[in-house]
Design a protein. Structure first.
Length: 322
C-alpha cells in the first residue's frame, strides 16, 4: 500500500495503513485517505478506543465521505482544516511514537492479578524486557505486594481508574474526583508517583485530558491490541499482538479483565495462560531485534504521536518538544 505524500520510510506509516483499513472496515468513504484516490492523506487520528466502532477515533470531517447511515458512529469532534496546529498542545492521548528504531512498549491493563501478573513479571525478567501496568486502584490496594514487585522489577505503574466505567458516562466533576482519589490510592500502593493514565476503553474528552494533565499525568492510548479480553488460544492472541506491532507501537494486553459484566453472549472469560502469550510475543521481538521498554522511556526517547497528520506533526515538532 502506498499513501500519496508520505515517504515510505516514515515509521508511523503502520498507523496510516491501519487507519485506512479501519475506514474501510467501518464502511466509511475515505477519499482523503484512500491510496488509489491520488489525494494526500489528510486524516488526523487521535486515538482508537477498544471499541472503535463507536468512539475514540477523531478525524477531520472533510476527510471522510458519506458514513453509510452510520451517522453519529464517528467523530465526537470533527476538526476543521485550520485546526490541527491549534490542537497540537491538546492533552489528547498518545497512541504510538515516531521512530525507525525497534522500540515498542508492552502495556497491561485491568490488573494487578495475584497470579497472572506475577507470572507475567517472571517472563519479563527472563527476557530482560520492561512493561507498563495500568492498574485498577482498588486492585492495586488489594494486591500491594504485586504492585511493589512491578516497581522493584523496573517496570512502570500507570493508572487505569477506580472503576472500569467509561469516563464518558460520568460527569466531569465525578471524573476529576475519581482520578484524584485513584491516583493517590495507586501511589500509596506503588510507593512511587504515577504519571501515566489510560482511560477505560480509551474513551475520553478534551476536558478529561485537561484534568489528567492538571493532575500531573499523561494520557496514553495504544496502537496495537490483541482482543485478549475473551477466551481464545494463547497462540492466537500472541499472533494478533505480533501482527499489530511496528517500531514505536504501544501494545495493549491485559493481565486481568476488570469488566466481566460486559461479556457478550457466546463469549467466555479468558482462561488462556497470559504469560504464554507474552513469551510468544517476546520471542518474536527478540528475533526481530525489537526491544520492549516502558511507556515513559518510549515517549522520552521518541516523538509521541497523537495525530498522523504530517503537517500537524512537522509544525508541532518545529514549535516545541514534549
Ligand atoms: Zn481496561
Amino acid at each position: 500500500m502506498t499513501l500519496p505524500g508520505w515517504p515510505a520510510g516514515e515509521q508511523h506509516y503502520g498507523v496510516m495503513e491501519r487507519y485506512v483499513a479501519l475506514c474501510a472496515d467501518l464502511g466509511w468513504g475515505s477519499s482523503g485517505v484512500r491510496p488509489a484516490g491520488g489525494r494526500r492523506f489528510g486524516g488526523a487520528v487521535f486515538g482508537m478506543g477498544s471499541d472503535t466502532r463507536r468512539c475514540g477515533l477523531l478525524v477531520r470531517r472533510r476527510d471522510i465521505g458519506p458514513v453509510n447511515g452510520a451517522r453519529g458512529a464517528y467523530p465526537l469532534l470533527a476538526l476543521r482544516p485550520r485546526w490541527p496546529a491549534a490542537v497540537a498542545g491538546w492533552p489528547l492521548g498518545v497512541f504510538c511514537v515516531s521512530t525507525s528504531r525497534g522500540d515498542v512498549a508492552i502495556t497491561y491493563d485491568d490488573g494487578p492479578h495475584p497470579v497472572q501478573t506475577n507470572r507475567i513479571l517472571d517472563v519479563l525478567s527472563e527476557f530482560g524486557a520492561k512493561a507498563t501496568f495500568f492498574v485498577m486502584a482498588p486492585l492495586a490496594a488489594a494486591h500491594q505486594e504485586v504492585v511493589r514487585r512491578i516497581v522493584a522489577d523496573g517496570h512502570e505503574v500507570g493508572l487505569h481508574g477506580e472503576t472500569h466505567r467509561s469516563l464518558l458516562s460520568l460527569t466531569n466533576r465525578e471524573v476529576i474526583a475519581s482520578l484524584r482519589r485513584s491516583k493517590e490510592q495507586v501511589e500509596d500502593a506503588a510507593g512511587v508517583a504515577v504519571t501515566l493514565f489510560r482511560p477505560p476503553y480509551g474513551h475520553h474528552s478534551l476536558t478529561h485530558g485537561l484534568a489528567v494533565r492538571a493532575l500531573g499525568m499523561r494520557m496514553i492510548l495504544w496502537s496495537a491490541l490483541a482482543d485478549d479480553w475473551i477466551d481464545v488460544p494463547a497462540e492466537v492472541v500472541a499472533s494478533r499482538a505480533i501482527e499489530g506491532l511496528y517500531p514505536g507501537s504501544i501494545l495493549l494486553l491485559h493481565d486481568n479483565r476488570a469488566d466481566p459484566e460486559t461479556l457478550q453472549p457466546g463469549e467466555f472469560l479468558p482462561t488462556f495462560e497470559r504469560s504464554a502469550v507474552l513469551r510468544g510475543i517476546l520471542n518474536h521481538l527478540q528475533t526481530e531485534g525489537y526491544r520492549s521498554v516502558t511507556v515513559s522511556e518510549l515517549t522520552a526517547r521518541h516523538r509521541p504521536v497523537k495525530s498522523v497528520d504530517r503537517r500537524f506533526m512537522d509544525r508541532r515538532a518545529a514549535a516545541r518538544t514534549w
